[in-house]
Design a protein around this ligand. Structure first.
Ligand code: DO4
Ligand code: MG
Length: 267
């Protein structure tokens, strides 16, 4: 579906995101001109079961410094920030992903957890970036800081990802330097943290990230890549149950979620 001035339209012949990822970017542009029915109903995260969501890490100076501060092995982060090969990791599937106005989760066994406000890119099977969205790469900071080998447990669990609210076609997004990324945590009606950066502060090109992601891999249904965070709360700020996390990216909209604790045995 596409979004134009707040109204969602179906795209004729496109039933899912994987259908869209079969098209070359020139065909996507053509199809988007054909507006189908107006789509209404509950919002769903812009991801489908056959599509993987990957993450890039330590792609901004602020992320490198935050990891060095929280980790017992700071050198790992220093080295990857300056290396040719980026950090890329598997992040999420549809079943672990919410969208705006749904809940996100923090792990019961991680004393500190943080939002990671990121720009996500939609890549078709031909390695073309067809769209952009917002991703909250929610992270169990205590687990990640304890040992870098715990990364998957810190990053992949129920409610660990929020994505949306929509996919903006890549040719309609503002230039990177103007794509401001702002985030805030609101607790009991009071703002307890806020920060901002812009996609222009990313230390790598999107094309470089895409090219490493597709090395020795195929994504027959396309893939989503969250490009890393440039804003990380200070070490003494952690998410708590009931908090609202609001991420706003110029040209992409607002992604807002309320935090719940994920217990040891979720129902
Ligand atoms: O190495 C840890 C992951 C870092 C990350 O997710 C980020 O920089 O956004
Ligand atoms: Mg991240």
């Amino acid at each position: 579906m596409i979004l134009d001035q707040g109204v969602h339209y179906a795209i004729p012949g496109i039933l899912s995101l994987s259908d869209l990822h079969q098209l070359r970017i020139s065909e996507v542009k053509e199809r988007l001109l054909q507006r189908g029915e107006i789509v209404t109903g509950d919002a769903v995260a812009p991801i489908s079961p056959e599509i993987e969501l990957w993450g890039a890490g330590v792609t901004y100076l602020r992320s490198r410094d935050a990891r060095k501060e929280e980790s017992g092995v700071p050198d790992v982060y220093q080295r990857v920030y300056g290396a040719d090969r980026p950090e890329l990791f598997f992040k999420s599937t549809a079943s672990r992903t919410s969208t705006s106005h749904q809940t996100i989760g923090i792990r019961y066994d991680s004393p500190a957890s943080v939002p990671e406000p990121e720009v996500a890119i939609y890549i078709n099977k031909y390695q073309e970036i067809i769209g952009y969205s917002i991703c909250n790469d929610v992270t169990a900071r205590s687990i990640e800081g304890e040992n870098p080998l715990y990364l998957s447990q810190a990053k992949i669990y129920l409610g660990s990802t929020s994505l949306g609210p929509d996919i903006t076609p890549s040719w309609l997004v503002p230039p990177a330097a103007l794509m401001t990324i702002s985030a805030q945590i609101i607790r009991l009606g009071v703002q307890v943290w806020q920060a901002q950066t812009s996609l222009g502060a990313l230390n790598r090109t999107l094309e470089d990230l895409v090219s490493y992601l597709f090395r020795c891999q195929i994504f027959p249904y396309g893939v989503i890549l969250s490009t890393g965070t440039g804003i990380v709360p200070p070490i003494d700020v952690s998410l708590q149950e009931g908090d609202t996390v609001e991420i706003s990216v110029a040209g992409l909209g607002i992604l807002s979620n309320q935090v719940v604790v994920i217990p040891q045995e979720p129902q």
